[in-house]
Design a protein around this ligand. Structure first.
Ligand SMILES: *Cc1c(COP(=O)(O)O)cnc(C)c1O
Length: 385
């Protein structure tokens, strides 16, 4: 079966009475036909199966989305959590013990970075942050106790990349686990497992769900690792997705390909618009043919989406505020991946910049480009005061 067919149907074959859409299994508990059946299912509850015991560890609505996301990422297994952060923290915690060391890219998602920096020391896990554009930085940061590399490529503020195959190769030779946040690429534009990455996490809140109406996360890996994570972080932290948001996520996944295709067109349009604005100093966009890592985009990805950021020439805080407040169609908000266009301004000082700067991030939704252009024109006018 090809991907579009799988996103439309996979996991939904067994529902009876002719319902074309799977029902919502809004139940906490699954009762068993006999005590023997309960004992057998209890033994096997962390493996993928069509039998269920209790919704904290499994529910048919979860299975449906797990099968679709497994197909998307071409891994053996997938676990679906109640947020992207639950998937990120489960992936990290499953890979380290007290005394271990983590190497992470400096520009990963803020709360993931804060978890590594502020929380892991509490359980005796140390870390090193690196810029990550050169795979040799990973090698140089390794210590004898390094157990995990954390990547995000492209990242979601400055759209920086890592060479997945090279980094996975370094990790494999040292017995280190690799984990990537692949939210930007939505599984459609980049499949990290094909480059040897072990754990692939998504904020399913973004493109997977696609309509800004739920929070969820996914973690893809081998069946063996998924079973281990389910038996530990999955059941102990109680962070799996409940049935109703899982059902909404199923609905989002059905149109994922169509929305990502449209996002590619919208992104190309927005990039061209920004390139023509004299006020724009530098654009950060994975689809920029002059991106310093354009070769990696060629090698690892099949496209880019309508999610990019830029810096402005000669601006102070007041001008930035006028710009943001003049926008009407682009709403002010931190998330992305839904139907609505969004903007946010972030003061940034990543380790490879000499000085801090304001970064304007735009996410382009499904509105008409003409209306969005008029909105941006207004904001650029307001810059001048
Ligand atoms: C939103 C986001 C997350 C966190 O996901 P939640 O669903 O909000 O917990 C992680 N990584 C990236 C790149 C994100 O954009």
């Amino acid at each position: 079966m090809n991907l579009d067919t799988m996103l439309a149907h996979l996991g939904e074959e067994s529902h009876d009475r002719g319902a074309v859409t799977a029902p919502i299994f809004q139940t906490s508990l699954f009762v068993q036909p006999s005590l023997d059946a309960l004992a057998e299912r209890f033994n096997d509850q962390f493996a993928e199966s069509d039998f269920y015991v209790y919704s904290r560890v499994g529910n048919p609505n979860l299975t449906i989305v797990q099968k679709k996301i497994t197909a998307l990422e071409r891994t053996e297994s997938c676990l679906v959590f109640n947020s992207g952060m639950s998937a990120v923290t489960a992936g990290i915690l499953s890979s380290v013990r007290a005394g271990d060391h983590v190497v992470a890219v400096d520009t990963i998602y803020g709360p993931s970075r804060a978890f590594i920096r502020d929380y892991l020391p509490r359980i005796g896990v140390s870390h090193t942050f690196i810029y990550g554009a050169d795979p040799l930085e990973f090698e140089a940061a390794c210590q004898p106790n390094t157990k995990l590399f954390v990547l995000e490529s492209p990242s979601s503020l400055l759209f920086q990349m890592q060479d997945l195959a090279a980094v996975a190769g370094i990790a494999k030779s040292r017995g280190i686990t690799t984990m990537i946040d692949n939210t930007y690429s939505s599984g459609i534009l980049q499949r990290p497992v094909e480059f040897g990455i072990d754990i692939i996490v998504h904020s399913a809140t973004k493109y997977f769900a696609g309509h800004s109406d739920l929070v969820a996360g996914s973690l893809c890996c081998t069946a063996e690792r998924a079973r281990d994570i389910m038996a530990n972080e999955g059941q102990f932290l109680g962070a799996l997705l409940p049935p109703f948001p899982a059902w909404l996520l199923m609905r989002g996944l059905r149109t994922l390909r169509l929305r990502v295709d449209e996002a590619q067109r919208q992104g190309a349009w927005l990039f061209q618009y920004l390139q023509n604005r004299p006020e724009v100093e530098q654009i950060f966009h994975a689809g920029d043919p002059n991106h310093p890592q354009a070769d990696l985009v060629q090698k690892q990805m099949t496209g880019s989406v309508g999610f990019m950021s830029f810096t402005l020439r000669d601006v102070d805080e007041h001008a930035i505020r006028r710009f943001g407040n003049a926008l009407e169609l682009f709403q002010i908000g931190v998330s992305w991946g839904g139907h609505e266009s969004l903007m946010v301004v972030v003061p940034m000082h990543p380790m490879h910049w000499e000085k801090p700067n304001w970064v304007v991030r735009l996410y382009i939704g499904l509105e008409d480009p003409e209306d969005l252009a008029a909105d941006l024109d207004r904001a650029f006018e307001a810059l001048r005061g």
